[in-house]
Design a protein. Structure first.
Length: 210
């Protein structure tokens, strides 16, 4: 016959064993919740990364604000081509592991008519994305009407679209309206070009996805 102390010890051991089993064996609801969380965790890591083309060919098409600097009395204002937004976008894309090639086809003083005339040479076959500047200020200097600028811009977009090229419009640049901290002489400085590159990057990434 076990003593009273031995009986109490046996009941205590049984109680601890039962409590341990309940902790080791969660309820069906808890087990299902854990299984669901594990499934979601594994699914998140199994989803494919965004797919980009093996090589992304981009053309920045415009005038001096695309190239980075001007001509004539404006020569030397703005930034070097290596600091202009097309080069910065190329660097940003490559930093993300994307094999991007951005060709800077900005011509200082060019107009929308001039861009139409050189569109085929500036935007060669194989181009997937065009960053389009419409140099309305240069058009005005050449006494071109706003209506003519609009027609030329629409024609440029139409010709690129017919070639299945994605067009990202960078907007009309009005250097005379820029604050002094964004100008170097008559053209935007590196602050402006960096801001433009960061502004365009999400749109370029979206366009580059297959």
């Amino acid at each position: 016959m076990p003593t009273l102390r031995e009986a109490r010890r046996g009941r205590l051991l049984n109680t601890r064993r039962n409590l341990g089993e309940r902790h080791m064996k969660p309820s069906p609801r808890i087990a299902a919740g854990r299984s669901l969380r594990l499934f979601v965790f594994l699914l998140a890591f199994s989803l494919p990364e965004p797919v980009f083309a093996a090589g992304v060919n981009i053309v920045a098409f415009g005038a001096s604000d695309t190239l980075g600097t001007g001509i004539g009395k404006s020569r030397g204002s703005g930034v070097a081509e290596s600091d202009a937004f097309p080069a910065q976008i190329e660097n940003l894309l490559r930093a993300k592991g994307i094999d991007a090639h951005v060709s800077n086809q900005g011509v200082p003083g060019d107009t929308t008519s001039g861009m139409l005339n050189r569109i085929n040479s500036a935007v060669p076959p194989g181009t997937q994305i065009v960053l389009l500047e419409i140099p309305g200020g240069n058009d005005r200097k050449q006494q071109m009407s706003p209506a003519e600028t609009d027609r030329n811009a629409a024609q440029i977009k139409s010709e690129l679209g017919a070639r299945h090229i994605k067009v990202i419009y960078i907007g009309a640049t009005h250097n005379e309206l820029l604050p002094p901290e964004e100008l170097n002489g008559d053209h935007p400085n590196k602050v402006w070009h960096t801001a433009m590159a960061m502004k365009l990057l999400p749109r370029v990434l979206a366009a580059a996805r297959q």
